[in-house]
Design a protein around this ligand. Structure first.
Ligand SMILES: O=C(O)CCC(=O)C(=O)O
Ligand SMILES: [Fe+2]
Length: 565
């Protein structure tokens, strides 16, 4: 991760226990100048809901506008805004009166909070444990009290919902971090909230270039979120946002694109009645791949396309052995070089090829070629993957009944994908195999870190449990033990001093449960054919392509095929 000169904070990293904390003092590396407040100073700070929000007429206005679900309404005294579409959202600027408090909260987050890296198909960011589990963070604990004692009853009045309790944690998104489309719908969550902390001079309200907006999606008739984003809410210091959780409350955190500041929030949910009924109702199966029979009319000559080595019987035997033992293989230089080069240059320059963005937004976001527009070498390669010749070759490679007398109903799906910044697939987007499947993945114009595919074992914890439930699960968890000894560093530190050039809060390892379930990661290599035999229940996703991934030679193309006996 690159750092820029002005970055006050950048990605926290593990610090070796013996590392000299002042090592970088003389370097030109960025320094964050947050006064470290003592516990006494924190104890003196008041954390009260801005009194204007407590005025009867303001509450009345908010109640009425919330209930009306009007398209957009603004309250002039406070600047509060309410949107009814695509679901009910309210923005409250200046939640607390003193901006000093927001600086002190950030100070505590930077210096005391122990961060855990959250990394999965749907997100990459840092998260703290639940605020109720952070006695050493006095101000954050006070913030939790504010949520419990003042905000919860106030929200009940405004929304007319019964809210029983609140769960909250801190989140930090550094450059390249994101949280993809989800609805927050889980168990008894009624209202989601986010409190934004960006108390940096000149960057109190973020612009589009800095990224990190809360992005709101509308949904189609079937209840799937659809592109483009309907509304963007930029991080703004001391602003509190809340929305009603429902089966269509689709939102995401856009990738943070600034190296200068982290995106810091306190966020969570107010809980009440259980959502069981709407959860049931909102279970829509993700779109599935379309399988077709082999094209018996075409029998392209493999000798014209493939690298000669893959036509030899001895090579085929060793490929079969390797797949039998390992369930996967990567065949480098699969096509003849000149075929590969022709296909790549056509993909990069042929304007007659028509690309279509594939949604829904909560499943995937990449472009696929409209196969009817394929021509020349691109068409030749695509035809090959659907042809009897390919089914025949794959039978030789794998001993699967894909061809010949024992093949009953062999089928395949073939897709040519185009991958650029911001593209992704998430788990469960119709890619959980219902039966054993042979996947082929072939890259053109490959770039490091773009269109990387991860396979996960059937035992992997369901994604929803990992993501949506993370805060609740972490309450009382022992994972907050911190890195040996490092966690005590700030506790007795009452001096006001400059903070070192990185976040001092501890960073936990990436949760190992996620890592353990990874079966295979496919690294993009030009003209390499990856073959993966996956069992029923195995699932996969193609990782979000962050804007930090260099795509200097243009987008990455992937021919992605699946075959079944
Ligand atoms: O930080 C935000 O703006 C939204 C966060 C969010 O959607 C979540 O944590 O579920
Ligand atoms: Fe959310």
């Amino acid at each position: 991760m690159e750092k820029t000169k002005n970055s006050p904070v950048f990605k926290p990293k593990r610090r070796d226990k013996n590392e000299d904390l002042n090592e970088d003092a003389d370097s030109d590396e960025p320094q964050i100048k947050f006064a470290r407040l003592s516990d006494d100073q924190c104890d003196g700070l008041q954390l009260e809901l801005n009194a204007t929000y407590q005025q009867k007429d303001i509450i009345k206005w908010l109640q009425t506008s919330w209930e009306k679900q009007a398209d957009a309404a603004k309250e002039e005294n406070t600047g509060a805004q309410i949107f009814g579409e695509p679901f009910q959202i309210c923005l409250m600027p200046d939640l607390v009166l003193s901006t000093e408090t927001t600086k002190a909260l950030v100070d505590e987050m930077v210096n005391k909070v122990r961060w855990s890296r959250k990394q999965m198909d749907l997100y990459e960011f840092y998260q703290s444990t639940d605020l109720s589990n952070m006695a050493e963070c006095h101000l954050l604990t006070k913030f939790l009290q504010l949520l419990r004692r003042q905000v919860r009853p106030w929200l009940e009045q405004v929304t007319n919902l019964k809210l029983d309790y609140v769960s909250a944690s801190c989140s930090m998104y550094t450059c390249g971090d994101y949280l993809l489309v989800h609805d927050d719908l889980l168990k008894d969550r009624q209202v989601a909230f986010i409190y934004y902390l960006t108390p940096w001079e000149g960057a109190e309200e973020w612009s589009d270039e800095q990224g990190g907006c809360l992005e709101i999606f509308s949904s189609d008739n079937e209840g799937f979120p659809q592109f483009p984003v309907q509304r963007k809410i930029a991080p703004k210091n001391n602003q509190f946002a809340f929305f009603k959780v429902g089966s269509r409350s689709f939102h995401q955190v856009g990738e943070v694109t600034t190296f200068d500041y982290p995106r810091l929030t306190i966020n969570g949910w107010f809980h009440g009645a259980t959502n069981d009924a709407i959860v049931e109702d909102s279970l829509r199966p993700f779109p599935r791949l379309n399988y077709v029979q082999p094209d018996v009319n075409k029998r392209p000559a493999l000798g014209m396309l493939l690298n000669d080595v893959y036509l030899k019987a001895a090579t085929r035997r060793s490929i079969q052995k390797r797949i039998e033992d390992n369930s996967e293989i990567c065949l480098y230089e699969f096509f003849k070089r000149e075929k590969f080069e022709l296909a790549r240059s056509q993909l990069l320059s042929d304007e007659t090829l028509v690309w279509q963005r594939q949604g829904p937004a909560n499943c995937h976001n990449y472009e696929v070629l409209d196969l009817s527009t394929a021509s020349k070498t691109v068409e030749e390669l695509l035809q090959l993957f659907r042809s009897n010749s390919m089914f025949d070759l794959l039978r030789d490679f794998t001993d699967l009944d894909l061809y010949g007398a024992d093949a009953i109903t062999p089928t395949c799906s073939v897709e040519l994908q185009r991958w650029s910044h911001g593209n992704y697939t998430v788990l469960g987007d119709g890619l959980i195999s219902e039966e054993n499947t042979l996947d082929l993945v072939y890259y053109l114009n490959a770039a490091e870190g773009a269109a990387v595919i991860t396979y996960l074992s059937p035992e992997a914890e369901p994604r929803a449990e990992q993501i949506n439930d993370s805060n609740e699960q972490m309450v009382g968890d022992s994972f907050n033990g911190g890195l040996d000894g490092c966690g005590d560093k700030n506790d007795d530190d009452s001096d006001v001093e400059d903070v070192a050039d990185e976040v001092d809060g501890d960073v936990e390892d990436i949760e190992t449960a996620q890592e353990d379930s990874v079966l295979l990661t496919i690294t993009p290599v030009d003209n390499a054919l990856n073959i993966v035999y996956r069992c029923e229940g195995t699932t996969k996703f193609t990782k979000y392509v962050s804007r930090n991934t260099p795509l200097e030679t243009g987008p990455v193309f992937v021919i992605s095929c699946s075959y079944r006996e």
